[in-house]
Design a protein around this ligand. Structure first.
Ligand code: SF4
Length: 447
């Protein structure tokens, strides 16, 4: 069942997500950080300050999002927001929330006054009965709705997020009706990902046969009302005329590494046949275990380019906003590191694959090719060479033209070592966390 999708690691370059702490006053039945709640710590403030200072210099991220847990429970959230706001290096400051504390208008006003301009509010039911059952907290729907109302009246941008489960699949279009009067800038629909209950003993994984038609209805409703929509973790071919709403990208997340070790893996029977095999994740393994491969329901779009097993996993075509369809070498900062190597060696730079943990340059000369791979600098790890930010390696030397391939490797290494400004980060999360990122089991609060 394992496929390259098991190495799911897409990155949205312009967004940085910062975890402030992990506590919550709701107990959503599907919560993907349930296991980490009261266990993981947020990002240490000094580490966070350094990241913001870095962004002030580099302008790498346009948006910063604070999440947890329920970050509005944390008094220190204001300290985090103030630092981001004072840096003037982010175009948007977003808070991800269940919306309940925003029901307090003075609180909402203070948060927006501190610099938050986007509220990403979870709404999993269209009415109190559904939402309160899911959150296991009576009154949570009414609070969230008052919070949403305050956000809009105070002039901030509203984005909603709905996690798709068996508990709300029948009411997705109803949720659009509930939210519509508040004119959200966007409604996001994230399919439930089990992080602990892989056997789905809670019976939350909705079968595509019932979920997909209901989701398409909701997306049609969004379109009718001029609401932007985005869908994660649902097969693209099941979205019908709304297939372009699929968006599986993720922000760079400052969070403990262990969290990602538990992230579900994905696969699709047709990935090698389908035009969208590289960007569409297909189905997660827990889904396949429970409901099968959906052999008859999935309809691959015939490929126009030959399939190659993507050795490095999915990647992003551009670091420019909405640049997903940009050419494979539209990565200006990364391309600049090896500019001229092609001319010097007579080779062509055919691809730049930038991921969270690595940057890969693929050079080709006739039938020969080689990949130059950058990973985060680590003085203890073996490397062909080291620049200020990176360890350099080469891989996949193919073809017989060894002389040219050697020339390419040397020229690329020289160029990168000479030009690396020292502030280009791969795997930022590792630099942001450490042994202090988790509480001892059994302790509920940082001492
Ligand atoms: S066939 Fe598979 S890869 Fe293609 S769109 Fe459908 S689920 Fe995605």
């Amino acid at each position: 069942m394992q496929s390259y999708k098991g190495r799911f690691d897409p990155t949205r370059f312009e967004d940085l997500t910062v975890t402030v702490d992990f506590h919550c006053q709701s107990a959503c039945r599907f919560c993907i950080v349930q296991e980490g709640m009261n266990f993981y710590k947020g990002v240490p403030f000094d580490v966070y300050e350094r990241a913001v200072e870095d962004n002030r210099r580099t302008r790498r991220y346009r948006r910063i999002t604070f999440t947890g847990g329920e970050v509005t429970l944390e008094r220190k959230l204001f300290d985090y927001v103030t630092v981001a706001s004072a840096s003037q290096s982010f175009e948007h400051i977003r808070v991800q929330t269940n919306g309940r504390r925003l029901a307090d208008r003075s609180y909402a006003k203070a948060l927006i006054g501190a610099g938050v301009d986007e509220l990403f509010v979870s709404l999993h039911g269209h009415d109190a009965a559904t939402q309160d059952f899911i959150s296991q907290r009576p009154g949570s729907f009414d609070e969230a709705m008052r919070g949403i109302s305050n956000v809009v009246e105070l002039g901030a941008t509203l984005i909603t997020n709905t996690v798709l489960t068996t508990l709300n699949q029948a009411h997705l279009a109803d949720i659009v009706e509930t939210v519509r009067p508040f004119r959200p800038a966007r409604m996001e629909w994230w399919n439930y990902l089990p992080m602990e209950d892989y056997a789905d003993e809670r019976d939350l994984i909705a079968p595509m046969s019932t979920l997909a038609p209901r989701l398409r209805d909701a997306l049609a409703s969004c379109r009718r009302h001029g609401i932007d929509a985005a869908v994660k973790y649902v097969p693209r071919c099941l979205l019908g005329e709304h297939e372009r709403t699929q968006d599986n990208t993720q922000a760079d997340v400052v969070i403990v590494e262990e969290f990602y070790d538990k992230y579900p893996k994905f696969a699709c029977l047709y990935e090698a046949k389908c035009e969208h095999g590289e960007s569409c994740l297909g189905l997660h393994h827990a889904y396949i275990t429970k409901h099968g491969w959906e052999r008859d329901a999935l309809t691959p779009h015939p490929r126009t380019t030959p399939w190659e097993e993507p050795e490095y996993g999915p990647w992003v075509g551009s670091e420019q906003s909405a640049g997903g369809h940009a050419p494979a070498i539209d990565q200006p900062r990364w391309a600049a590191l090896v500019a001229g190597v092609d001319g010097e060696t007579g080779a062509a730079l055919t691809e730049i694959v930038v991921q969270r943990r690595a940057c890969v340059y693929r050079f080709a000369h006739g039938a020969s090719s080689v990949d130059i791979v950058l990973t985060a600098r680590d003085g203890d790890a073996p490397a062909l060479a080291r620049s200020k930010s990176f360890n350099l390696h080469y891989r996949n030397a193919r073809g017989d033209d060894h002389a040219t391939l050697t020339k390419i490797v040397h020229a690329a290494a020289r160029a990168i070592v000479a030009r690396d400004p020292g502030n280009m980060m791969l795997d930022l999360r590792k630099g942001m966390v450490g042994p202090g990122s988790v509480r001892g089991r059994g302790s509920r609060r940082e001492g």
